[in-house]
Design a protein around this ligand. Structure first.
Ligand code: ADP
Length: 351
């Protein structure tokens, strides 16, 4: 199957290369023919000239005429070569542009295929879960506890669907540049503390959360967007790590920036995959990733939102294993003006 897909993609690329090579080769061939013809034409002209002026061919006037012939011949050759080179240069530029369009088209195709595969799975499994829970509650007489458990499961699946739809809507809005952002001071320390409290409360997946956040760190941005950034990163840290492992949430003030780190001890990301993880619909092809649910939209949204909030996000490998997502936001101007001393993390909570 994979081989068939590969052939399907390589066929147009091969045809494209064959065409380009053919046009290049024929241009060089035509240049060669024209130069050759030019040579012959002038050789004939010179031979005719010698025939016509056999007696006085050594006269100064005729020597000058012959030199003029040679000059003309060289000028014509240079013209042919010059025009040929310009043609080939334009052809080269055109080919590069077309090649990059083909690449984009192939990438789009891959993204659509990934998207359809993951979206059908993402929609189907919570829907099946909800259906089973509702049918069981409806058809059987259950005790209150069991009923509650089933309804909670259904609720969890509904939330999953809602998150998926929210992510899709967010990605579509980002694409259409239709997101309205507020630009207010946001207390990042409070936001991270309240998020980690919430994660602790619903710590169904049994992770240890370690919070190391300097108090009252401020960032200019949109509260909803920043919340979405951190929940996406923490959700991933949970999703791609083992039970009982630790997830670190850190935030510090540096000279001109606020550094935030979400770190896990999970499966990590192979070096060759790292540049692609922020692409839309990109999911790593490993068995571990395939086992987990996801659409490949989370990190795309995170990166876009971080950049819209004038920040930056980078990935680093955690040692001995796991991932570190580091976010850097500019410190608000008023905070720089106050010239605060560098604050060492004071609030260290283990939740
Ligand atoms: P998904 O819905 O697949 O989680 P994301 O855009 O959030 O999509 O992430 C893209 C890919 O990056 C994931 O499929 C996963 O392979 C990898 N990834 C993201 N976060 C982590 C992490 N904390 N640890 C390991 N791999 C991660």
């Amino acid at each position: 199957m994979e081989v068939l897909k590969k052939i399907k993609h390589t066929k147009p690329v091969t045809i494209f290369y064959v065409l380009v090579i053919y046009v290049f080769a024929s241009s060089i061939w035509w240049m060669y023919l024209l130069i050759n013809k030019n040579h012959k034409l002038y050789d004939e002209k010179i031979a005719n000239f010698h025939l016509r002026h056999s007696e006085d061919s050594k006269s100064t006037e005729n020597i000058l005429l012959l030199k003029e012939f040679t000059k003309n011949k060289n000028r014509q050759n240079q013209m042919i070569i010059g025009e040929g080179l310009v043609f080939m240069l334009l052809l080269g530029l055109g080919s590069l542009t077309i090649r990059s369009y083909i690449n984009k088209e192939i990438e789009l195709h891959r993204q659509q295929r990934n998207f359809l595969l993951s979206i059908t799975h993402e929609l189907r499994s919570p829907l099946t879960g909800i259906q089973i829970s509702i049918e069981t509650v409806k058809d059987r007489i259950l005790d209150k506890d069991k009923q509650n458990r089933l309804l909670n499961n259904a609720m969890h699946d509904v939330n999953r669907l809602k998150e998926l739809v929210d992510n899709l809507l967010m990605a579509a809005k980002i694409e259409r540049q239709a997101l309205a952002f507020s630009d207010h001071p946001v207390n990042i320390s409070e936001l991270l503390q309240s998020l980690s409290r919430r994660y602790k409360e619903i710590n169904r997946n049994r992770r240890i959360f370690k919070l190391d956040v300097s108090p009252d760190l401020m960032v200019h941005g949109d509260l909803t967007a920043l919340t979405s950034v951190f929940t996406n990163l923490i959700d991933n840290a949970i999703k791609y790590s083992d039970k009982e492992s630790t997830i670190y949430i850190e935030a510090n003030l540096n000279d001109k920036e606020v550094d935030i780190i979400i770190k896990d001890e999970g499966i990590g990301i192979p070096t060759e995959e790292q540049p692609k993880i922020f692409d839309k619909f990109y999911r790593i092809g490993s068995e571990d990733t395939r086992k987990s649910i996801g659409t490949g939209l989370g990190l795309f949204i995170v990166k876009q939102l971080v950049e819209m909030n004038k920040g930056n996000i980078v990935y680093q490998a955690n040692y001995p294993k796991g991932s570190i997502f580091k976010l850097i936001f500019p410190k608000p101007v008023e905070a720089i003006a106050l010239k605060e001393p560098k604050i060492k993390p004071q609030v260290v909570n283990q939740i």
